[in-house]
Design a protein around this ligand. Structure first.
Ligand SMILES: Cc1cc2nc3c(=O)[nH]c(=O)nc-3n(C[C@H](O)[C@H](O)[C@H](O)COP(=O)(O)OP(=O)(O)OC[C@H]3O[C@@H](n4cnc5c(N)ncnc54)[C@H](O)[C@@H]3O)c2cc1C
Length: 457
């Protein structure tokens, strides 16, 4: 083992997990956390690993994506999942925690680890030695400037307005149809699904959209909206929320993301008045995102309004649209699946900044970055997790998604490679499929653990 020190920037969910994993493998760690002196605007105290919003780390069920993810992390000895289990509060099928007790336990374990020094100070520039950046969605301005200088401003985003994602098997294909814009004969390949609207349906949709409740922005997010209204924010004008576009005029959507040009319905050979396009979101074709439909509507209202779209009447949503301040990399251009920077081999990233969403996913990236940094310091090959595991599928997504349309993603089964079909040629039921995904994922992690001797020292 080299006697180098690892610097971790950010003592949130990912940073503490990463520090713990490396420290437990014998690495000396300096963990920088700027709170309580400087705040992010969303955190309220000085504990490490503070949960900024909900106190739930997602489903506990073994056959749910988030449940599988946490089971994988238990197998790999995650500190934060152990602390979450120890501080769980009753919440049905979810792993919810007493947030204060959880954060306090993580803080105590980290502060009392003989290999970890916690430095309560903002790290304003990227250190030159072995480093993990885990400064989160609300990274301080100075570290963002430093990241922009290293990676280029085009590869770092500060705001996020994301479109909803729908499960393909819940789209009514007797109403919707496959077609690409301006398609030639035989051009259809399932990359796009179109939901056609007539004039009256469009009117009703726009009215409902304008009347629906939006999620209130917090103080640190207000500049998003002022930027949008002034048309000033260069990161944001390109992906305006649909409700804000609709405010610009009745036909703004019909000339924008719902423009029908080049699309003809196979049912009547006519061009619809407006079209909602859904684009394939994963190779397996099980998920489709609604193109250009970034939105900040409250989730129940979002479901109601989006289900007014012909063909989406029974749609189930893998992810709702959202808008919030969110610092994240264009990971496919700057990261590999080991969470290592492609421009500087001794620089790793973990947490929301990698484009993985959700508490559990952020902890998972911390776990992997902590292991990989140790491997780098020991001159060993870096670990790439199997794609059939939830952790591996998430890391594969951030490193390999389309860089032009990259958006953060949380754990979901749509990221998994398809299962072999059953021998009798019938289709797996959803329940069977989820159980098999889950078994396959945990076996993959178990095998990897044995093969790579991944138990902490
Ligand atoms: C407002 C908001 C609400 C969210 N709510 C949820 C939710 O309910 N459920 C969910 O699953 N996910 C939620 N997320 C998404 C995400 O899961 C959490 O933000 C999660 O905490 C991210 O983990 P992280 O480790 O990447 O960042 P964080 O947990 O935020 O940790 C980053 C740490 O870095 C510190 N820091 C920043 N810059 C510096 C610097 N230059 N030097 C030193 N320290 C620095 C910060 O103070 C912070 O402690 C939310 C995100 C936001 C922004």
């Amino acid at each position: 083992m080299m006697s180098k020190v690892l610097t971790v920037v950010g003592g949130g969910l990912a940073g503490t997990e990463a520090a713990w994993q490396a420290a437990n493998r014998g690495v000396k760690v300096q963990l920088y956390e700027m709170r309580p002196e400087s705040s992010t605007g969303a955190h309220t105290g000085g504990f490490l690993a503070e949960l900024v919003c909900s106190n739930s780390l997602g489903s506990k069920l073994a056959d749910r994506a988030s449940g599988v993810l946490k089971d994988e992390m238990r197998k790999l000895g995650s500190l934060l999942i152990a602390c979450a289990d120890a501080n769980a509060v009753p919440a049905g099928n979810a792993l919810a925690v007493d947030r204060e007790a959880f954060a306090k336990m993580v803080t105590d374990r980290i502060e009392n680890h003989s290999n970890i020094e916690v430095v309560r100070s903002e790290k304003r520039t990227i250190p030159s030695g072995v480093t993990i950046i885990a400064s989160g969605p609300l990274s301080s301005a100075s570290i963002c400037d430093s990241l922009s200088s290293l990676l280029g401003t085009d590869h770092l985003y500060f705001y996020d307005a994301i479109s909803p994602i729908v499960y393909a098997d819940t789209i009514d294909m007797s109403v919707a149809f496959e077609a690409s814009r301006y398609q030639k004969n035989g051009d259809t390949n399932g990359d796009y699904i179109n939901c056609p609207m007539n004039n009256a349906e469009y009117d009703r949709f726009v009215k409902a959209l304008l009347e629906a409740d939006r999620i209130p922005l917090r103080d640190f997010e207000k500049d998003i909206e002022s930027g949008v209204r002034a048309g000033a924010h260069r990161f944001f004008e390109g992906c305006l929320p649909i409700e804000i576009l609709a405010e610009r005029g009745h036909d703004a959507l019909a000339y924008g993301p719902m423009r029908p040009v080049g699309i003809y319905s196979p049912y009547d050979d006519k061009r619809p008045y407006a079209v909602v396009q859904l684009r394939r979101d994963n190779l397996a074709g099980t998920l489709y995102n609604i193109v250009g439909f970034q939105t900040n509507l409250k989730w129940p209202e979002q479901k109601e309004v989006l289900r007014m779209i012909p063909g989406l009447g029974q749609a189930r949503f893998a992810r709702y649209g959202m808008m919030h301040r969110n610092t994240f990399l264009n990971a496919p251009t700057v990261l590999n699946e080991s969470l290592q920077s492609v421009v500087r081999p001794n620089l790793f990233f973990a947490g929301q900044i990698t484009g993985v969403e959700g508490y559990a996913g952020n902890i998972a990236t911390g776990l992997l970055a902590g292991i990989n940094v140790t491997k780098l310091m020991n001159d060993e090959g870096l670990l790439v997790l199997p794609r059939t595991s939830m952790m591996g599928a998430l890391c594969h997504y951030v490193a390999n998604a389309d860089s032009d349309t990259f958006q953060p993603m949380k754990a979901n089964f749509g990221l998994f490679p398809a299962l072999e079909p059953p021998r009798d040629k019938r289709k797996w039921s959803k329940r069977e499929r989820y159980r098999l995904y889950s078994e396959r994922a945990l076996n993959a992690i178990e095998n990897l653990k044995v093969r790579m001797k991944l138990d902490p020292l």
